[in-house]
Design a protein around this ligand. Structure first.
Ligand code: KIV
Length: 273
């Protein structure tokens, strides 16, 4: 681990992420939705924490990201910000708070920044939301884009399969990415696309490109923290590396607690007043 983890304890900023890309240092990013996990993730040296709208699935058990509300994203954002000292904190703009109307988009982004104290927002889409992106940027709010698989559009596509395998979709993705860069976005997440396309976008753009299932030649990687900790058994995309089997570790520990309570082993003499 030594040598790869920065001993620079200064807060990570958009400027520093761009410097990391320029010197070829890969950017580490993980999601967090609550204080306890965010404190561990920040303390372990992760550069960027995403308060993803995947909270809708992971925290609330919804089957899509669509139901989560702006108030709920702000609640998760606030909880994470309270825990974090070094990482940059980005909050996802939830479905329905920016797609239709750029004025509403700016108002939603301002609420996130004002109430959660996050460092930036992320939203999904390219050309179709570019006016909203520009308005949010002109309010002084850093914006990260998100292209490729965009879970908020699941009802349009109907599947979570790999995106932009066809030439036309790949060309549109490159055009959208360039548009987001020109508008002033400080970075873009690319989700579930061919590695060769991820590499091309990272090479042609000067802002950091963070991949989730976008191959190893982009500028950084993001995963959902509960997935990489192995807390769930029922989600196994190819891009996911599980670093620990917390599902088994937690189940065994909780089972032992049940046994100890039932057998009157817990609490023992030293565990009471
Ligand atoms: O909401 C989320 O967790 C995300 C990541 C998958 C990038 O957007």
């Amino acid at each position: 681990m030594a040598g790869y983890i920065s001993d620079d304890t200064r807060k990570v900023t958009t400027h520093r992420l761009i410097e990391m890309k320029q010197r070829g240092e890969k950017i580490s990013m993980l999601t967090s939705y609550d204080y306890t996990i965010a404190k561990i993730v920040d303390g372990a040296g992760v550069d960027v924490i995403l308060v993803g709208d995947s909270a809708s699935n992971v925290m609330a058990g919804n089957t899509t990201t669509l139901p989560i509300t702006l108030d709920q994203m702000i609640y998760h954002g606030k909880s994470v910000v309270r825990a974090v000292k070094r990482a940059m904190v980005i909050v996802d703009m939830p479905f329905g708070t920016y797609q239709g109307n750029s004025k509403e988009g700016v108002a939603s982004a301002i609420r996130i920044m004002k109430e959660s104290h996050a460092d930036a927002i992320k939203l999904e889409g390219g050309e179709e939301i570019i006016e909203t992106v520009k308005r949010i940027l002109s309010a002084g709010i850093p914006v990260m884009g998100h292209l490729g698989l965009m879970p908020q559009s699941i009802n349009k596509y109907g599947t979570y399969t790999v995106r932009a395998k066809e030439e036309a979709e790949a060309e549109k993705l490159i055009k959208d990415a360039k548009m987001l860069e020109e508008a002033g976005c400080f970075g873009i997440v690319l989700e579930k696309i061919p590695a060769s396309l991820g590499e091309r976008v990272a090479r042609e753009l000067s802002i950091p490109i963070i991949g989730i299932g976008a191959g190893g030649q982009v500028d950084g990687q993001v995963l959902v923290v509960q997935d990489m900790l192995g807390m769930s058994k029922d989600f196994s995309p190819r891009f996911l590396r599980r670093y620990v089997d917390l599902h088994t570790i937690m189940t065994d520990a909780i089972h032992q607690y049940v046994v100890d309570v039932k057998s009157n082993d817990f609490p023992n003499e030293k565990e009471q007043y």
